[in-house]
Ligand binder design. Structure first.
Ligand SMILES: Nc1ncnc2c1ncn2[C@@H]1O[C@H](COP(=O)(O)OP(=O)(O)OP(=O)(O)O)[C@@H](O)[C@H]1O
Ligand SMILES: [Mg+2]
Length: 363
């Protein structure tokens, strides 16, 4: 049996396209660690741009198929899929020299013009879902007026440690957390004036030992005020995830948030329609707040519909009990919808980062 060479394997894999980045895996320099063993057994790694890549199976199958087609003498084929999360700012896509968090690869804002649509629920579950894929995640509760992260993680009475003048984030379900709720008594209503709110958010960014993170998620308060502006002024935000419920009333408010992010040049990663339907025991869907509102809105705004999360007791219970639905009920329809949405968020960021790098390279 003729021995296979590394060059032949690379030639074969040059026919496999990365479905989102629209180039082949070899040109993208994603193929690593090729080993050829006895009986032409082949093992190799394809380094993904996020561990939450929704195309993992597709890429693995396409690699095996390409090698089998071009090298029929190949033995067993093993394709490993490690991930190294990319960052738009590492390519100069943002002003990295002024970035106070150079070790954070990507910053995601979860917001909506409207209150009570499930921003915090979505932010928490996205964070836990991405952490579950192996990504390093931080979550900042930027809702100073109504912090909900401590409750949603079951950490109501926790206080962060201070080390070397930095607050140490509290960690749960693989997510590093910071919230004003960890620093004040829960029955003490916070009355912030605009500049105080901005300075609290600045402290969460600069005086917390975040370390190295793949994604830092901000759970924003409702509206389009000081906190949102402070965030985009201080940090190179990679993208915003807009949360809405399907009702038209909600949507008109949500449009204001979309406009705000556009005005301040934050890319819109897409829309998550929360409480999209209720799943009846017989498996049919009851669209209690109207059908297709999110899809219509996304189309009208020219943004991607990242996912639709059903309304359900398990989601609410997860928030109240401090055990997010993706942890407590991982097999549920809601957890599945959230995991898919999280993969879509990571995917959109990878696509944007690749475009930023290509743009920089072409300058
Ligand atoms: N898909 C869902 N199914 C059932 N309950 C949900 C769902 N999404 C959110 N909820 C519940 O709705 C309430 C509001 O959700 P959440 O606090 O996440 O909204 P919010 O947009 O962050 O609100 P605020 O504007 O006050 O910050 C919570 O009690 C939460 O558990
Ligand atoms: Mg909230």
């Amino acid at each position: 049996m003729p021995a296979i060479t590394e060059t032949q394997i690379l030639e074969a894999l040059g026919n496999v396209m990365e479905p989102d980045l629209k180039k082949d895996l070899v040109s993208l320099n994603m193929v690593k660690d090729i080993h050829i063993g006895t009986d032409n057994a082949i093992s190799l790694s394809v380094e993904l741009t996020t561990p939450a890549c929704p195309m993992k199976d597709h890429i693995r199958n396409a690699c095996v198929a390409a090698i089998r087609e071009h090298l029929p003498e190949a033995g067993e084929i093993t394709v490993n899929l490690p991930a190294k999360v990319t960052s738009g700012s590492s390519c100069g896509g943002h002003g990295e020299k002024d970035n106070p968090l150079p070790n954070v690869r990507n910053i995601i804002a979860v917001g909506s013009g409207k209150g009570g649509v499930g921003k915090s629920t979505v932010a928490v579950n996205l964070a836990v879902s991405l952490a579950g894929t192996g990504a390093k995640i931080g979550l900042i509760d930027a809702d100073l007026y109504g912090p909900s992260i401590p409750t949603m993680f079951g950490l109501e009475n926790k206080r962060p440690e201070v080390r070397n003048k930095s607050l140490i984030p509290i960690e749960k379900y693989g997510v590093k957390l910071m919230s004003i709720g960890f620093l004040i008594e829960s029955d003490n209503p916070v009355i912030w004036r605009g500049p105080m709110a901005s300075s609290a958010i600045k402290q969460f960014i600069t005086e917390v030992a975040w370390g190295e993170l793949d994604y830092l998620i901000f759970d924003l308060p409702p509206g389009t005020g000081d906190i949102q502006l402070t965030l985009v002024q201080m940090l190179p935000v990679n993208g915003a995830v807009i949360v809405t419920t399907p009702q038209d009333v909600a949507l008109s408010d949500v449009a204001k948030a979309v406009t705000m992010f556009r005005k301040v040049n934050v890319p819109l990663l897409g829309l998550i329609e929360n409480m999209s339907h209720y799943l009846l025991p017989d498996g049919t869907k009851d669209y209690i707040f109207g059908k297709g509102g999110g899809e219509k809105f996304a189309k009208a705004q020219g943004i991607t519909l990242l996912g639709s999360i059903p309304i359900g007791g398990m989601v609410r219970e997860g928030g109240d009990s401090g055990k997010p639905v993706v942890v407590e009920f991982p097999e549920s329809e809601a957890a599945d919808a959230i995991n898919k949405s999280a993969s879509e968020v990571a995917r959109q960021i990878s696509i944007n980062n690749a475009a930023a790098c290509a743009c920089k390279a072409g300058q």
